[in-house]
Design a protein around this ligand. Structure first.
Ligand SMILES: *[C@@H]1O[C@H](CO)[C@@H](O)[C@H](O)[C@H]1NC(C)=O
Ligand SMILES: *[C@@H]1O[C@H](CO)[C@@H](O)[C@H](O)[C@H]1NC(C)=O
Ligand SMILES: *[C@@H]1O[C@H](CO)[C@@H](O)[C@H](O)[C@H]1NC(C)=O
Ligand SMILES: *[C@@H]1O[C@H](CO)[C@@H](O)[C@H](O)[C@H]1NC(C)=O
Ligand SMILES: *[C@@H]1O[C@H](CO)[C@@H](O)[C@H](O)[C@H]1NC(C)=O
Ligand SMILES: *[C@@H]1O[C@H](CO)[C@@H](O)[C@H](O)[C@H]1NC(C)=O
Ligand SMILES: CC(=O)N[C@H]1CO[C@H](CO)[C@@H](O)[C@@H]1O
Length: 631
């Protein structure tokens, strides 16, 4: 921990005064000015069919382009040569509105049709969106950013998150220059301009509150003025800009293209008929429509979406190969789908945990390892990835350098991490559960999370399970904006939601099952953060350790909001026995929290600042006294 860096904690008063940028004309076309780099030290790319459009779906053959930012990249040793890097943009609901039927913008959800609230409310009305650019480099680079609205790009008005990156910034005319040191891990960072922040407030402290906004009188939840009953729950750029720098890929991430099936650009059909093992999307734009996705032939075990390829669709493997891959630095975008697009019901907005569309899905053999590297997933309509069919206890994931952007919908998760998975160097913009620790022997590290308003950063609930040896290390949470953090489905840094199998199972723990050796180390949460814990234990817990956790500030604490909870779940139907904590641990300590800081104050038993009414807000049932420590 570098506490000195955290000294200048977020000054909320100044954020409240933040001004929003001017809205842009709804739709206009941008001239394709491009000079891209294809050098041994730097690769950038461009789309000649960029469409600047902040309001409606873009044409099939177009790629939504940032209406706000232009980015160029140079090799740091030669800043006389800047190369264009296309800046993509994602908008809430993809300009479709809140609709039921794909492609039918009139089929609005009126409360009868759509099965669930999509959890987008004021975002389109305040002009929230997310832009990003991606490039490859083998050396230090300089990122040059200009803004179309002429807002200040002076480094004194700019924050790069995670703030620990501390990249060198300079002003150059109307541009901001950011020097990005080379890293084998790549870099995934947010560039935030002080005059472009939105301060999210809710209607009140109650758990069924909603966001309010004072910007757009015709929009959702408009209020003419804020008052003190409307708590601030998060601060985000309105026009987010993510920069993704990646090293050039190792050979294991690049298939032999000479034997690959080269998908023709345009409308994609017939991938279930190909006989090759590699499906290659070269640079260009592809789409499947909002009522189809790419079901791959059983011969296909590798999908490569090249830099400069933009695929509007979702991928489903049918291969029984034990070595499945997805690589490239292209984009897989769910922008043509409605929320929770149900593949069994005409891709309409009807939630099904099974048949609602996943951006990545497979029916695979036992023992399969799925490798995903480099790709960006945009605008997922539901959980991002699930595999079926296989014995999932022997299916594993090797995910690296992946990015999820534009996850404005509520039920958008991170990757499943099946047993033995290794997940690292990931950026998640994510609505729901980000890091899902449902299986054993998992290492997840170097994660950057931008959380919207549902689910925790780490989730291990929903079902009673036996899980052990889970490590989640080096996590930077750069934004959260929870409306509430109530139990039994808590929003917290680390949480276990009650089961939702049925109403009764919510209160039933299986005390024959056990979580063991869960380790959460080196976490940072910037800005307003949720509570550390929100645990409805559905099984016994042994050896759960939190070490080096820094939270800049906890969210305001009306009612249950912001309170860490560790509920006692009893096996009510079988004699009312509570779960055990630490029975099999050395010293019987089941829960160890060490070096936990809120702001620059260390939370500990010794300092007596840990409990629900104190700074640490740890609300752990007295039943477990002696079974846990904060030190
Ligand atoms: C959805 O709503 C429309 C218009 O109200 C109606 O015509 C249609 O039958 C509804 N569909 C379903 C599946 O309920
Ligand atoms: C930004 O500045 C340029 C040059 O002065 C001007 O042409 C343009 O209209 C300005 N744009 C906005 C959004 O103010
Ligand atoms: C920072 O931004 C503010 C508000 O947009 C502006 O008034 C100020 O001039 C900027 N600072 C610099 C050094 O450009
Ligand atoms: C724990 O999980 C890690 C990551 O998968 C693995 O390398 C290690 O062997 C596991 N340890 C045990 C004791 O199984
Ligand atoms: C609820 O779930 C529990 C645990 O899975 C199960 O034992 C019980 O039968 C279920 N009850 C109903 C009414 O489905
Ligand atoms: C937890 O890890 C310790 C140390 O590696 C090991 O001795 C213990 O058996 C593990 N517990 C379980 C339940 O796997
Ligand atoms: C690298 C690249 O995308 N070059 C394109 C720049 O724009 C011209 C004109 O639209 C295209 O012809 C090039 O292919």
């Amino acid at each position: 921990m570098h506490l000195a860096r955290f000294a200048g904690a977020l000054g909320l008063a100044s954020l409240v005064d933040a001004v929003s940028v001017q809205d842009h004309p709804a739709t206009k076309w941008k001239r394709a000015i491009n000079q891209t780099a294809d050098l041994s030290e730097l690769k950038t790319w461009w789309h000649n069919t960029g469409e600047i459009n902040t309001q409606t779906p873009v044409q099939n053959f177009n790629v939504r382009q940032s209406h706000m930012y232009s980015v160029q990249i140079a090799v740091a040793s030669d800043v006389t040569s800047f190369y264009d890097s296309f800046v993509y943009e994602s908008i809430p609901r993809n300009g479709n509105g809140n609709i039921f039927t794909p492609g039918d913008l009139d089929s609005t959800c009126d409360g009868q049709n759509c099965s669930e609230d999509d959890q987008i409310s004021i975002e389109p009305d305040i002009g929230a969106d997310m832009s990003w650019t991606q490039y490859l480099g083998s050396t230090d680079t300089v990122v040059r950013i200009t803004r179309s609205d002429n807002g200040s790009v002076d480094p004194s008005n700019v924050t790069v998150r995670p703030t620990t990156l501390e990249f060198d910034m300079q002003l150059s005319g109307d541009a901001l220059l950011i020097t990005v040191p080379y890293s084998d891990d790549g870099h995934r960072f947010s560039v935030e301009f002080d005059d472009n922040l939105w301060v999210y407030r809710t209607s009140g402290p109650e758990s069924n509150a909603h966001y309010v906004q004072n910007k757009n009188p015709g929009g959702a939840n408009y209020v003419t003025a804020y008052d003190d009953t409307m708590p601030i729950v998060g601060v985000e750029p309105i026009n987010a800009l993510m920069i993704f720098m990646s090293p050039f890929p190792d050979s294991e991430y690049v298939p032999d293209l000479t034997t690959a099936y080269h998908v023709p650009t345009g409308l994609v059909t017939g991938l279930d008929q190909v006989t090759e093992s590699v499906v290659y999307f070269g640079p260009g734009v592809y789409w499947l429509t909002g009522s189809a996705h790419a079901v791959l032939a059983s011969s296909v075990n590798w999908v490569h979406i090249a830099p400069g390829a933009y695929v509007k669709g979702a991928i489903q493997y049918e291969s029984q190969s034990l070595d499945l891959r997805a690589t490239g630095f292209g984009v897989l975008s769910g922008e043509q789908y409605v929320y929770q697009a149900n593949t069994a019901e005409g891709y309409q907005n009807i939630k099904s945990d099974d048949s609602s569309l996943k951006m990545w899905r497979g029916y695979s053999a036992a023992g399969t390892r799925w490798t995903i590297h480099g790709l960006t997933t945009n605008a997922p309509p539901f959980n991002s990835m699930d595999f079926y069919g296989a014995d999932l206890e022997s299916f594993s994931v090797d995910a690296s350098d992946c990015k999820q952007v534009g996850a404005f919908f509520g039920q958008t998760d991170g990757f499943q991490m099946y047993p033995g998975s290794y997940v690292r160097n990931i950026f998640y913009h994510v609505g729901d559960d980000a890091i899902k620790t449902y299986y054993s022997d998992v290492l997840c590290e170097k994660m950057i999370i931008w959380k919207t308003n549902n689910g925790p950063m780490v989730q291990f609930g929903w079902y009673q399970r036996d899980t052990g040896n889970v490590t989640v290390d080096a996590v930077d949470v750069i934004h959260t904006r929870y409306i509430s953090q109530t139990v039994p489905w808590p929003r917290a840094l680390v949480a276990s939601a009650a089961s939702y199998e049925n109403e009764t199972s919510t209160s039933v723990a299986d005390i024959t099952k056990q979580l063991s050796n869960f380790t959460f180390t080196n976490w940072r949460c910037e800005g307003i953060c949720p509570a550390l814990l929100g645990i409805n234990p559905l099984q016994n817990i042994d050896e759960m350790t939190f070490s080096n956790i820094w939270v800049e500030m906890l969210s305001p604490q009306p009612l249950e909001i912001g309170t860490s909870t560790f509920r006692v779940f009893t096996d009510a139907d079988n004699g009312g026995q509570a779960i055990a904590l630490g029975d099999n641990s050395p010293d019987n300590l089941g829960l160890v929290i060490e070096n936990f800081y809120v702001g620059n104050e260390k939370i500990s038993f010794e300092a007596n600042n840990w409990d629900a009414s104190s700074l640490g807000r740890l609300n752990i049932d007295g039943q477990y006294s002696g079974r846990w420590t904060v030190r």
